[in-house]
Design a protein around this ligand. Sequence first.
Ligand code: KG4
Ligand code: ZN
Length: 363
Amino acid sequence: MSSLASLTPLLAIETSCDDTACAILDAQGHILGESVLSQESHAALGGVVPEIAARAHLDILPEIVDLTLKRAGLTLDEIALFAATIGPGLIGGLIVGSSYAKGLAMAQNKPFMGINHIEGHILVPRLPNVLAEDIPSLNFPYLALLVSGGHCQCVSVEETGHYRLLGGTIDDAAGEAFDKVAKMLGLGWPGGPALEKLAREGNDMAFSLPRPLKGRDGCNFSFSGLKTAVARLIAPYGNGALPRQIAADIAASFQRAVADVMEDRAEHALLLAPTSTALVVAGGVAANHVLRERLKKVAQRHDIPFLAPPLRLCTDNAVMIGWAALERLAQGEYPDDSALAPRPRWPLAERQPYRPLPMENAQ
Ligand code: KG4
Ligand code: ZN
């Protein structure tokens, strides 16, 4: 039977959006090497252009893999397993990253494992030594709130491979809403960090904005009404004529509305998953300080810890893909995904139960 030790060190690749990333992990989840390159060419275009992203992944991936091997002090033939994100995400990037990893696996005669990007985000807080020292380990079940530019969902993480989707967005993702509102305010892309900065100069009670779905049962999200309300506030001002103080007040009021909604949705999620041992936030929007403070309060009210991995592991990275592969291996999954095709849409709940190790079926 293949042991975890014989399947490590493993090399993981992430290319599902606009970050080209590679990481090498050992059997315990220690990071031996990691590299991420965030493609900057999209900023001038105001958002990720899928075709440009795919080509950029193709250009940069060989260098990123070499650099990561160098950082780990390893050569390709010392890698025991290759893993890559095969969904959900932009199809071009998924094809590039997974084909590259499959090619390396084939050339080295090693197995390939295809990983779900969301699974990576929600499992990575369990990586050893990433959380605060007073929280030695994160145990199941826990509540994961994933808020990024492409995703906004609330998942009860019950065990590796067993995820209960409690709710998700019915229109825009949280980060997408930040980006679109930032654009209306004349800020650059990605807009979240710039909007948070501007909001510090503003009065968050200046404008009354809607709180979509606040108070409703369940844990779905909606941001499009909020975005439209902001557009209406801005409309009377001509192009480029929005006074800075008004822009700051709008940014602060918008951020407060999003935080109110998030706090309420997290409360409802904990009603649906009352045995959660922790509240975990992941994704780029987790960088937002106002949001973090609100979620921390929710966790305190429920007497559970609030956890956010360091930002480099919150945003897209390959460490989370390698860690999800390790968690699946530890559960006895045999890595033989060379025939799996990339899936731009891939619900977390699919591909269960595990395919058992070949030896487990032997008589
Ligand atoms: O996880 P991520 O790096 O990439 C994916 O979307 O997968 O998340 C990027 C998103 C962008 O929409 C960005 O505007 C948002 O996270 N973001 C923030 C902040 N920092 C990044 N949103 C609000 N406040 C922030 N400080
Ligand atoms: Zn992501």
